[in-house]
Structures are given as structure tokens and as C-alpha cells.
Design a protein around this ligand. Structure first.
Ligand code: IMP
Length: 197
């Protein structure tokens, strides 16, 4: 059994993300104590979220003594925008925002969208980098709806809860179905398996 209160750092400046991850960790039986660390990471413009995540992780690897992870996510409107904004998600949200994204869509019933998340973990006991991925499928809401969440949450309706946007869900409800929740489940399974050894 490993040390009871080993610290696992989540490197993020996004408090909403941290709260989602914390809420997930609190329900799990883990020996790790989750701690937020805000360190400036280098975010490159890459062709995939996984490459962005890997670059981010490597840009801070020397600065942290212990196991840590970062997470990178993207919002993809598959129909009718062929995956836009995808890897440009934060730029598009900052520049045109949700309201003007909705203006690019005519048929909301036929629209398709998904979120993807990649968690990149540096696991010190094995000196290894591991990836955990999650996706959630849904469609675009014709209107901005809900006060919770962040980012694109008010315009995304998951297939599994077809009457609500992510912004209308509690953190726990969102974690049960979200891209981040799915990736987190894989991370937590890995940590649990590697605690027993
Ligand atoms: P990043 O992972 O912080 O680079 O996220 C890229 C963009 O997607 C940012 O503008 C985030 O606000 C947005 N985003 C990331 N995760 C989510 C989510 O779970 N819901 C809604 N928007 C998100």
C-alpha cells in the first residue's frame, strides 16, 4: 500500500474544471489527495487534443516534484460545421462566443456535436506518461440555456439527457456523462489498480 496522503496535482487555471475533477475524486476511494496548481503551460496549436495535452505536460514536467496531470478538451460541431471549432475551441469561444456559433447553424434538430477530453498523467512511481480519453456525443441547442458549467456547456445537449444542456446539469450529473467524467473514470481506475501493488 502506498503512502495514504500522496498528493496528485491537477495543473489547471480553470477553476470550473478543477471543481468537476474534485467532485469526481471525492466520491472515489483513493489514496491520493487532489491539489490544484496553477502554472502557466505552453498551449500549442496542434492538429489533435492529444498532441496539445502532451506538449502542455512536457512544458511543465521539470517544475513539479511528484505525480501530476493536465487535461485538454475541445468542442466539435460535426454537423453542420465538420468538427469546428475543435482544436480552436478556446480561441473561438474567446472571439465569437456561443451566440455567434449558434448563428452558423440552421437545423438544430439534425445537428451533431461532441466534446473530447484527454487527460495526460505523469505518474512518478513508474516515471511514465499515460493518457485517458473521453468523448460525449450530442447536439447543439438552438438557444443558450442554463447557468451552470462553463464554456460551451449552455449550447450542448448530450444524447443521454436529451432535454437538458450541460449548463442545466449539476456537477455530479455532468460528471456522470461528460467527456471529462469518462476520462476521469479511466484515470481513477488506473490509480486504484496502481495503489494495490
Ligand atoms: P481547454 O481544455 O481549456 O483548452 O478547453 C478548450 C475550450 O473548450 C475552452 O474554451 C473551454 O472553456 C472549453 N471547454 C473545455 N471543457 C469544456 C466543458 O466541459 N464544457 C464546456 N466547454 C468546455
Amino acid at each position: 500500500m502506498k503512502n495514504k496522503n500522496e498528493i496528485l496535482y491537477f495543473i489547471t487555471g480553470n477553476n470550473n474544471k478543477f471543481n468537476e475533477v474534485l467532485s469526481f475524486f471525492e466520491k472515489e476511494n483513493l489514496n491520493y489527495f487532489l491539489k490544484q496548481k496553477k502554472i502557466k503551460t505552453i498551449e500549442i496549436q496542434a492538429d489533435s487534443i492529444k498532441n496539445v495535452a502532451l506538449f502542455k505536460l512536457n512544458s511543465i514536467r521539470e517544475k513539479i516534484n511528484g505525480s501530476f496531470f493536465i487535461e485538454d478538451a475541445g468542442f466539435f460541431v460535426d454537423i453542420p460545421l465538420n468538427g469546428f471549432p475543435g482544436v480552436y475551441s478556446s480561441y473561438v469561444l474567446r472571439t465569437i462566443g456561443n451566440e455567434r456559433i449558434l448563428k452558423l447553424i440552421n437545423d438544430f434538430v439534425q445537428s451533431r456535436a461532441h466534446f473530447s477530453a484527454v487527460i495526460a498523467l505523469y505518474f512518478k512511481p513508474k516515471d511514465k506518461i499515460l493518457y485517458f480519453e473521453g468523448n460525449v456525443e450530442g447536439r447543439v441547442s438552438s438557444k443558450i440555456r442554463g447557468k451552470g458549467g462553463f464554456g460551451f456547456d449552455p449550447i450542448f445537449i448530450p444524447d443521454s439527457i436529451p432535454d437538458k444542456t450541460f449548463a442545466e446539469l449539476s456537477i455530479e450529473e455532468k460528471n456522470r456523462v461528460s467527456h471529462r467524467g469518462i476520462a476521469l473514470k479511466k484515470l481513477v481506475d488506473f490509480l486504484q489498480q496502481n495503489m494495490k501493488t
